[in-house]
Design a protein around this ligand. Structure first.
Ligand code: UT7
Length: 319
């Protein structure tokens, strides 16, 4: 049997850091409110000249280097993003060109903050079915472009960044199991409900969220999907070395770990310094802990996404 394993990780954060105090200087908010309600103390914001494909390129180069592979070795590129460079072509195609290669299939996947887990499950399936051997799976976002910077209820929550993994064919897993879900009836609680039509933006081009509803649903489904994924992999919560939920809010992360019975030391938290980077949050957190030597080869990691759609999912992997 063929399985897929993570052969290398990489990430990139644009250099500009925006602190809570900087936001409080021009908005009716405070560092104390933002930290107390979300755990966030800063976020990285891309330069105007940087698009998702640029952030993705840096993260991808680092993941390829860590995997000991070149771009020419790739036979699949999947980019999870809700902030693509253009309506089309896909950010994945733009990334492929920036990596200096051609031919391999490349496509974007839109599952908002669950995007990376959806993309990982998709690439895993390609590899298990021997359609690909070396897949680049990326989450890349410039949420700063879709935020209303006068709306204190949303703009303080998000940041920009990219994370990537190279998923390679292997004799042993790797990815043990993935479980994905969606509930389109909840589309309205988190959305950017605008579109381009006749040369104009019709509807709102800004992120809108019913924060309380998203919060409650997120805690519920992150708990459920972790248990489903453990069952699919025939493992127990004690078998998990690290829990990496989508980095939306420290209170969501801690509530999820508590419900699952995962000790605080095994919960990966980067939301404090990255804020919510949507599809990029999970691979960014993974790469940070891998490079810090905390997540080591052989460790079992539960990766979890949840967000707009409404979508959610999890993958259990051995590094
Ligand atoms: O990636 C997945 C998507 N996002 C999420 O997972 C986010 C999920 N939701 C959350 O994280 C939380 O619901 C929030 C952090 C967004 C909000 O926290 P909350 O504890 O649910 O607060 P709230 O929305 O109930 O607002 C409480 C108060 C309100 O004032 P009133 O009506 O009680 O007078 C808000 O107007 O806090 C006010 N408020 C703020 N105050 C200072 C909202 N935003 C701010 C702000 N600064 N930035």
């Amino acid at each position: 049997m063929t399985f897929a394993r993570i052969a290398g990780t990489g990430s990139y954060l644009p250099p500009r850091v925006v602190t809570n105090d900087e936001l409080a200087a021009r908005l009716d908010t405070s560092d104390a409110w933002i930290r107390g309600r979300t755990g966030i103390r800063q976020r990285h914001i891309a330069e105007d000249s940087q698009a998702s494909s640029d952030l993705a390129l840096e993260a991808s180069r680092r993941a390829l280097e860590a995997a000991g592979l070149g771009a020419a070795d790739l036979d699949l590129i999947v980019v999870a993003t809700s902030t693509p460079d253009f309506v089309f072509p896909s950010t994945a195609c733009l990334l492929q060109a920036k990596l200096g290669v051609r031919d391999c299939p490349a496509f974007d996947l839109q599952a908002v903050c669950s995007g990376f887990v959806y993309a990982l499950a998709t690439a895993d399936s390609f590899i298990r079915n021997r359609i690909a051997k070396n897949a680049l799976v990326v989450g890349a976002e410039v949420y700063s472009r879709i935020l209303d910077w006068n709306d204190r209820a949303t703009c303080v929550l998000f940041g920009d960044g990219a994370g990537a993994v190279v998923l390679a064919a292997a004799e042993h897993p790797g990815v043990h199991a993935s479980v994905l879900h969606a509930d389109g009836s909840q589309a309205g609680i988190l959305s950017v409900p605008g579109n381009v039509c006749g040369g104009r933006i019709v509807g709102s081009p800004f992120l809108q969220m019913q924060g309380g509803q998203v919060f409650k649903l997120a805690v519920k489904v992150l708990d459920e999907v972790a248990r489903e994924t453990l069952a699919a992999a025939a493992m127990r919560v004690e078998d998990v070395d690290w829990l990496i939920p989508h980095q939306a809010n420290l209170r969501i992360l801690e509530a999820t770990a508590k419900r699952l019975g995962v000790a605080r030391e095994r919960l990966v938290v980067t939301v404090d310094h990255h804020a919510n980077t949507s599809a990029a949050s999970v691979p960014l957190a993974l790469d940070e802990f891998v490079r810090a030597g905390r997540i080591k080869p052989g460790h079992r990691v539960m990766l979890q996404g949840v967000g707009g759609g409404f979508t959610w999912g999890a993958s259990l992997v051995t590094m």
